[in-house]
Design a binder for this molecule. Sequence first.
Ligand code: NAD
Ligand code: MG
Length: 395
Amino acid sequence: MKRLITVLGSTGSIGVNTLDVIRAHPDRFQVAALTAGKQVDRLAEQCIEFKPAIAVVSEASDAVRLEKLLLENNIKTQVLYGPQALVTAVTDSGCDTVMAAIVGAAGLVPTLAAAKAGKRVLLANKEALVMSGNLFMQAMKDGGGELLPIDSEHNAIFQCLPNEFTKAPHSNHGVEELWLTASGGPFRNTPLDQLASITPDQACAHPNWVMGRKISVDSATMMNKGLEVIEAFWLFGLPLEKIKVLIHPQSVVHSMVRYRDGSVLAQLGQPDMRTPIAYGLAWPERIEAGVAPLNLTQLASLHFSEPELARFPCLALAFAAAKAGGTAPTVLNAANEVAVAAFLGAGLPYLQIPAVVEKTLNAIALTNADSLEDILSMDAQARKVAREFIQVLQK
Ligand code: NAD
Ligand code: MG
């Protein structure tokens, strides 16, 4: 039986890499639905190649244009638009597997729908889990599907844990700590007094990984690693104190698990997302991913060090939000999305990103994150507050 796959965010960096792996295995995988925000031309090309049952874009006008492009090529894909159509792509496309690769909070509702519907969920969209950890993990349990982490660090940890661990994390498997590695991004060694004038293009020039612009900025500020600590907390169910971050500039060791008996298990590989994507698509089998073999003798050395919290205030803010719990991670994520968008598109200075996040966290009274309504309403409130801070800063 072929796996039938919906790719949420198929035109992005993860989406394109996912289709690259799918393309190499037509005997195993078939595309059920593809979704994109605004990139109509790229989505049209993908539909012509993969012939999904459903394609989704954000806006009605883009749906009209996509429909026209597909008609011209005699493609019978049903074209839908808007947030609810993302859920339809999950629930009504006949898929058994969902690659959750929309960036940011926009991915939460369809990813949650995949969890509830018992799909195999390949989770790249870490913001969805950060916003709704408890609710999302409960939805996975209720739905009875499989959750496979695609974020390279979490995929590495998943590979280094015994299979039973993810089902019963609190039982006695001897796991002492999870070590998330981080490259440190492009400004790991930049003198602190030069950070004020960083431009979006400088922040997006990641030394090892090619990624979408939002996660590239998050990697530069290390908010990405902060979000990943929260992601690991929910995925693997260990106390926060047992989740550590290590700077590892070469991005070869993708993360590690330290066991009680002194063993440390690591997963190594090229910094190429097709490895975790192929792992998630084919699990528990392993398939060709199109990734060059790792040649250890060509590596000069591997370094590891502690992150400097003074250089990366976003990491400290994420640790604090994780510790506070409830809707603190929701607020952290929303404020960060707004601040990063303002940095990328509206001239907010780089060093104001952590300032906006911190002010927003301090300005909002936190609550429990018990329902989707609570989470979405907190997300909206945090975005509003963050935008107000940015407006004041830019006056
Ligand atoms: P990207 O910006 O390249 O792609 C994002 C995708 O989401 C695109 O298809 C875009 O059209 C779609 N999208 C954006 N806004 C939308 C909206 N409002 N409604 C519907 N669709 C929308 O991002 P990416 O780098 O592929 O990252 C995707 C997710 O995977 C992020 O959550 C990121 O943190 C995570 N991730 C990415 C990488 C990586 O190497 N790129 C690694 C680990 C985790
Ligand atoms: Mg990662």
